[in-house]
Design a protein around this ligand. Structure first.
Ligand code: BT5
Length: 254
């Protein structure tokens, strides 16, 4: 649980809400700061990839100072995924199929509607000093040629929501799942996340390797457990996954 209520700072335009939150963290800002921007000029994904950030979508970063170790901070990616899932469930028509995609995406009707970017810094003994949770949700716009097929709330439901309404919901559900993490630990988060996730036959793209296998589980760290064709198992800490039936072309066409 956060010791203080959220303090929302709104920007018309910013390079990246994560970068702004990071500056505040380094300057000693207490946790609970929320950086919200109408548009970003240098929105980032993982590995320095670009996050398309025109006006009309949600771009937000939350500053936390969790009392945990580096590997435990990864759990917040799953907490955030569950909060986005609940938010979309409360907004979208029931005909929309919402799925979590490892490690940091939310899909609606098989397309990416949201991405999460965690950035943090550790001090002594690998304890977290600060953690920034960056969230992008496509409300009105989505890219046409993304790494993974993309969509928006407008495209899936015809609804034109504001980023503020969406953020209220995100923070509400984030607190709910954050409390579950504090009280019950990662196992409940993990089980719930898995029950809402897209699993199955996948291709994993790593920087120097492409692996095929069956996504069967998450371990205690949130790493993906892959069942390999030779019967062995392999834990994957980070990477991009593509589901084999429909997305083989996307996986190699980027
Ligand atoms: C992510 O990265 O999915 C994390 C995105 C986090 C964005 C938020 S916005 C607020 C905060 N401030 C920031 O600067 N960032 C965070 P990744 O899994 O690496 O996916 C990036 C890939 O998604 C890109 O290479 C594109 O192919 C695709 N992409 C870019 N913009 C997109 C969009 N708006 N919707 C869907 N896909 C997109």
């Amino acid at each position: 649980m956060l010791s203080k209520p959220y303090r929302i700072r709104l920007f018309e335009e910013i390079d990246s809400t994560n970068t702004e939150a990071k500056k505040a963290a380094i300057a000693g800002e207490p946790e609970g700061l929320v950086i919200l921007a109408k548009r970003q000029t240098a929105g980032r994904g993982r590995y320095g990839r670009k996050w398309e950030s025109p006006e009309g979508n949600l771009y937000v970063s939350i500053l936390l100072r969790p009392d945990c170790l580096l590997h435990e901070a990864e759990h917040y990616s799953f907490v955030t995924g569950l909060a986005i899932y609940d938010t979309l469930l409360s907004i979208l028509p029931s005909s929309c199929k919402i799925k979590l995609k490892w490690p940091n995406d939310v899909l609606v009707n098989e397309k990416k509607i949201s991405g999460i970017l965690l950035e943090g810094s550790t001090g002594k003994n690998s304890k977290m000093e600060w953690l920034i949770i960056g969230i992008g949700i496509n409300i009105l716009h989505h890219p046409k040629n993304a790494l993974y097929p993309a969509t928006s709330i407008l495209a899936e439901s015809g609804k034109k929501l504001t980023a503020e309404v969406l953020l209220d919901n995100i923070l509400f559900f984030f607190e709910k799942w954050n409390e579950v993490l504090s009280k019950d630990g990662f196992s409940v988060i993990r089980q719930t996340w898995l029950a809402r996730a897209k699993t199955g036959k996948i291709i994993v793209q790593l920087p120097n390797e492409t692996i095929e296998g069956f996504f069967i589980d998450l371990d205690e760290r949130g790493h993906l457990i892959l069942d390999l064709p030779n019967g062995s198992k392999r834990a994957i800490a980070a990477g991009d996954i593509f589901f084999q039936e429909r997305e083989k072309q996307d996986a190699f066409g980027y």
